[in-house]
Write a protein that binds this ligand. Structure first.
Ligand code: DC
Length: 264
């Protein structure tokens, strides 16, 4: 292959670098249901722009794990809420020695719980924990504090990509760019099914699909900060798209936003 010919991704990176210079500091909000590919797209975008990647789902998972480890009953809303207000969470970009596939390092009271928050037990309990008003208030405040620092431009990275369920609607409604990444429940179940198989923890497809339906219902049906696309979010349905194609649409949305001339 002619090495002088740039691959599409290299061209995109060069363009993105200059784009990133014009839109910093900036907050980019990405929401969507479980297994929609929002974290993968958000992580890759953050890498391209050299922004911090903050997956807010890990914070709800961290509170859930801490509550279980402390022996609290998950139904004990006041106790779980108090714990959410007191536990010290720290989300960092992975350090050099931590390149084991993680998107970020999650610390709770100083302990690395990055992988411990991905167990079926946490999966089963995190929806209930994330429906508690006290938990949401505590975590929303922390997320806004982090966003403000990056949005002001006095953080170690020139911007932040925040991923979750209520970024565009509740946490950072004034974000520079808001995206909502979706896919059909069947396709999301298929992705989760394959992921579990790869990890050597296979489950029947029907069970995975049922879990996706269940989580959708829980996330969209709760009273507080339900999963929803913000009115001004750009919706990307990636049911039939690859991860690269999804990233391509995300970058396109950012370019269109930048071309509007409005500053962050
Ligand atoms: O994205 P995830 O599966 O890791 O999220 C874990 C749980 O946290 C999920 O049940 C939804 C909830 N969550 C939330 O309520 N608000 C957010 N901003 C992020 C996640």
């Amino acid at each position: 292959m002619d090495s002088a010919v740039k691959s599409p991704s290299l061209v995109m990176t060069a363009e993105l670098k200059s784009l990133a210079r014009t839109i910093r500091p900036a907050i980019i909000a990405i929401d969507g249901p479980a297994a929609s590919g929002k974290s993968t797209a958000g992580f890759r975008l953050a890498q391209l722009l050299d922004y911090l990647f903050l997956d807010t789902g890990v914070m709800y998972r961290a509170v859930t794990l801490s509550a279980l480890a402390a022996g609290l009953r998950i139904e004990d809303e006041p106790a779980v809420s108090e714990l959410a207000a007191t536990v010290h969470l720290d989300i960092r970009a992975p350090a050099a020695g931590e390149r084991d596939g993680r998107h970020c390092t999650v610390l709770a009271d100083g302990a690395d719980i990055t992988w411990a928050i991905r167990t079926p037990e946490v999966d089963r309990n995190v929806s209930a924990v994330s429906s508690y008003a006290g938990v949401r208030a505590a975590l929303t405040e922390q997320q806004r504090r982090i966003a403000e620092r990056y949005g002001r431009g006095d953080a170690e990275k020139p911007g932040i990509v925040m991923v979750g369920r209520d970024m565009g609607t509740v946490v950072v409604p004034d974000a520079y760019l808001k995206l909502y990444i979706d896919a059909s429940p069947e396709e999301r179940a298929r992705r989760r099914y394959n992921e579990l198989r790869k990890q050597g923890k296979p489950l029947p497809y029907a069970e995975v699909l049922q879990d996706i339906y269940h989580r959708d219902q829980y996330d969209s049906g709760r009273n507080l900060a339900p999963l929803r696309a913000a009115a001004d979010a750009i919706v990307i349905d990636n049911s039939t798209l690859t991860s690269d194609q999804t990233l391509g649409l995300v970058v396109q949305a950012l370019q269109t936003r930048a071309a509007s001339g409005l500053r962050p």
